[in-house]
Write a protein that binds this ligand. Structure first.
Ligand code: FAD
Length: 333
């Protein structure tokens, strides 16, 4: 990913698209068709494949990474969490990623490590194989990847423009609290930072400035990729902002509140809002090309509209892609 970013003209833009592995075979076929279409039409610089906390989607995440990297030829970033799962699973995921030709890992903690008081007998039985002793924070995974694989993987880490919130320590939600640990993750070998979703561009701007000007100097040139979630519905917006502790600026909130009973209008206003956010961020100073990461929720229409509106689709010739195996028709929700 960082090689591809470095190859772009310094004043250009790029974007990435995030997908999660569907639960069913039919869902996979549908996503295959949609991904082929999106890759052809939108030409993202790379795509991300999420990982279920504790390894809950390990097989499906690797199958999706195989589809994006191998079958579709898309530069893929596989997310990997390190808590509440065995070291063996981490090793297998990294080995399989390597075998698939995946060169990028987003190194994450996942859910907070289980505390002793919540361990039951079955967990105790798995204790011997439990990586909790070795992996407590994302930085442990960054260090592990660097130790085991040197520079083979390009490693990304998560950043939180409005601070990270753990349910166990909500009082710690602040950029200042996270900063020393983000410095640690970056100094341990992270190549890029990808952020939590947000709607408050002023907060994001302040965050980026804080990082760029940080006395450690580790954030001077590292790509910082803002995470954006297109607005698919009023309910999803309320749920995701609550879960991620992202604030909704008053003007955005009132524009959406005014149309909340009309799903199509919410999407339309949402495209306006995201396009305005991107327009503002494009004007911010950046030491290199400016990226945007889209949490797509595996949906196509709204993100395509935003990319078109913002003129973010690169004009390079389309890449040749394998067609979906069963020619599945895709219905967009
Ligand atoms: P860390 O960097 O370890 O930080 C977690 C918290 O601990 C922070 O509050 C930090 O300040 C604090 N901290 C860090 N180090 C220390 C230390 N040494 N001492 C004390 N406190 C410390 N989750 C998934 O399960 N699957 C995914 O695919 C996924 N993708 C994501 C993608 C992005 C872009 C982002 C932003 C998040 C994603 N998450 C995903 C969520 C992530 O796993 C959670 O937010 C998790 O709670 C924290 O992960 P982290 O990597 O930021 O952890």
């Amino acid at each position: 990913i960082t090689d591809k970013i470095a190859a772009l003209p310094p004043d250009s833009n790029y974007f990435s698209l995030e997908f999660f592995p569907p639960k069913t075979q039919q869902g996979f076929s549908n996503l295959h068709a949609r991904l082929s279409r999106m890759a052809q039409a939108l030409r993202p610089l790379f795509v991300n494949v999420t990982w279920g906390a504790g390894g809950s989607t390990s097989t499906k995440s690797l199958a999706l990474a195989e589809l994006t990297q191998r079958s579709l030829g898309l530069t893929t970033c596989l997310h990997l969490t390190c808590t509440n799962m065995s070291r063996r699973l981490i090793d297998e995921a990294l080995e399989q990623a390597k075998a698939l030709g995946v060169r990028n890992i987003l190194a994450l903690r996942g859910d907070p490590p289980r505390s002793e008081e919540y361990r039951d007998d079955s967990q105790a039985a798995a204790e011997e194989d439990d990586s909790n002793k070795d992996f407590t924070w994302a930085v442990d995974l960054v260090r592990y990847i660097r130790r085991q694989y040197g520079d083979y993987f390009c490693v990304g880490v998560a950043g939180y423009p409005e601070g990270h919130s753990d349910q166990s320590h909500p009082e710690h939600q602040s950029v200042e609290h996270d900063l020393p640990y983000l410095v640690e993750k970056t100094a341990a070998g992270a190549d890029f930072i990808m952020t939590q979703l947000f709607y408050d561009v002023d907060a994001y701007q302040q965050y980026e400035r804080t990082l760029r000007e940080h006395e450690s100097g580790v954030f001077k040139t590292i790509p910082i990729i803002p995470g954006l979630m297109p607005i698919q519905s009023y309910q999803i917006l309320c749920r995701t902002t609550k879960l991620s502790h992202a604030s909704l600026p008053a003007d955005i909130s009132s524009r959406l509140h005014a149309v909340k009973g009309d799903d199509e209008a919410v999407k339309r206003v949402g495209v306006d809002i995201l396009s305005e956010m991107i327009g503002k961020m494009e004007k911010l100073p950046s030491p290199g090309p400016r990226g945007f990461h889209f949490y797509t929720l595996n949906l196509e229409k709204v993100v395509s509209q935003i990319l078109e509106r913002c003129d973010l689709i690169p004009s390079t010739p389309p890449i040749i892609l394998a067609p979906p195996e069963n020619g599945a028709q895709v219905e967009e929700a």
